[in-house]
Design a protein around this ligand. Structure first.
Ligand SMILES: Cc1ncc(COP(=O)(O)O)c(C=O)c1O
Length: 363
């Protein structure tokens, strides 16, 4: 179906073309000058000491989980309300995922939920920052440090989101961001790992480059694989960085317009933002018991909608032998609708979307 207003659209053009062209002209396509430049800019943006690339966010999470060297049977606690890759990356790296429920207001898991899930084999936590706000990382890190647990932050959706002035993804041992097409900046596919722990950085460096510190040798002191990217991706990333101020301003405005236009309409519940967290909306999420009908109304009006995550503890290949009930995530999944926030949605279109929803509820 052709939509008048799409859920996702790319903000790319001449500057990306021009920088990719310089890679082609230089006849150097693997990690090179653009990767170095993008890496330095990301270090500055996030404040992280070490920045690495991976081909996508899921592989970045996999690399992060490998870097914690799980023994089979070691557990990682993950909010059930997340993208599939958070769980599968952990599983393939050798962790047993343990799923917890999330807070009904922020949709992120709270420190108490992580603490309650700790058992004798808990080695790691994976807080996930969903929909463009940060989790309570100060609380989660307090639990983790007290209990000797390592932390991988899935900040796939949270590049540029700060909690009390500090970038989400830089509180734990390793943070991961995605550069997929629907993220705040994109390289098509792409992932970023950040860490401030030198020893973990050394391990990631080896793991991502075939178990050797430098390319060009066939002696591999460590196990590893190839998680490198191309300089073409990095060139796009550098061009995207220039657009960040405009993207951030635009998303903040959309958050305000939607919040003002939709609060108090029908039974709609809006996501609350944790005190101290910034919001850089990944989508505009709304919750309503009338989700199915509302989605139909929006789609008939040519507005593409997206549902919420389907919880991990219900996934066919992840659910355990015993049925688990995590009711908040189950309700969110049944009642959530995402509205678009990309740069090409105009103010008039946001007003149009709000109007369609208000009329649906007779408001
Ligand atoms: C929370 C979360 N984790 C992980 C990922 C995986 O990232 P990628 O699509 O780059 O593999 C995503 C992607 O949308 C995500 O939203």
């Amino acid at each position: 179906m052709e939509y008048r207003i799409s859920q996702v659209d790319l903000y790319i053009g001449e500057s990306e073309k021009s920088l990719v062209g310089t890679s082609i002209d230089s006849r150097w396509l693997t990690e090179g000058p653009h990767s170095k430049n993008f890496q330095a800019r990301l270090a500055e943006l996030t404040g992280a000491r070490h920045v690495f690339f991976a081909p996508n966010g899921t592989l970045a999470l996999f690399l992060a989980a490998l870097a914690l060297e799980p023994d089979n049977g070691d557990e990682i606690v993950i909010p059930t309300f997340t993208f599939y890759g958070s769980a599968t990356a952990s599983l393939y790296a050798g962790f047993k995922p343990v799923f917890i429920d999330v807070d009904p207001e922020t949709f992120n898991a709270r420190p108490e939920a992580f603490e309650a899930a700790i058992g004798p084999r808990t080695k790691a936590f994976m807080p996930v920052h969903v929909y463009g706000q940060a989790c309570d990382m100060e609380g989660i890190m307090e639990v983790a440090r007290r209990k000797g647990i390592q932390v991988i932050e899935d900040a796939a959706q949270a590049l540029t989101v700060k909690l009390n002035g500090k970038q989400a993804g830089t509180f734990g041992d390793i943070g991961v961001f995605s550069l997929f097409s629907d993220k705040v900046i994109t390289t098509g596919e792409g992932g970023i790992l950040v860490t401030n722990v030198d020893e973990i950085a050394d391990r990631i460096r080896l793991l991502r480059n075939q178990g050797r510190p430098n390319s060009g040798t066939f002696i591999h002191p460590s196990l590893g694989m190839n998680f490198r990217i191309t300089d073409l991706q990095a060139a796009i990333g550098v061009a995207q960085m220039e657009k960040l101020p405009k993207i951030l301003e635009d998303r903040a405005k959309k958050w305000r317009l939607y919040s003002e236009g939709l609060s108090g309409v029908g039974d709609i519940r809006l996501m609350k933002v944790l005190k101290g967290s910034e919001i850089v909306p990944f989508r505009f999420p709304i919750v309503t018991a009338d989700r199915e009908n509302l989605s139909k109304t929006l789609e008939h009006a040519g507005i593409q909608t997206r549902g919420f995550f389907y919880p991990m503890h219900l996934q066919p290949k992840l659910r355990g032998p015993q049925a688990q009930s995590l009711p908040v995530a189950e309700r969110l999944s049944a009642q959530g609708v995402c509205l678009p926030v990309h740069v090409h949605v105009t103010d008039a279109q946001v007003a149009d979307i709000i109007g369609v929803i208000r009329r649906h509820f007779g408001a």
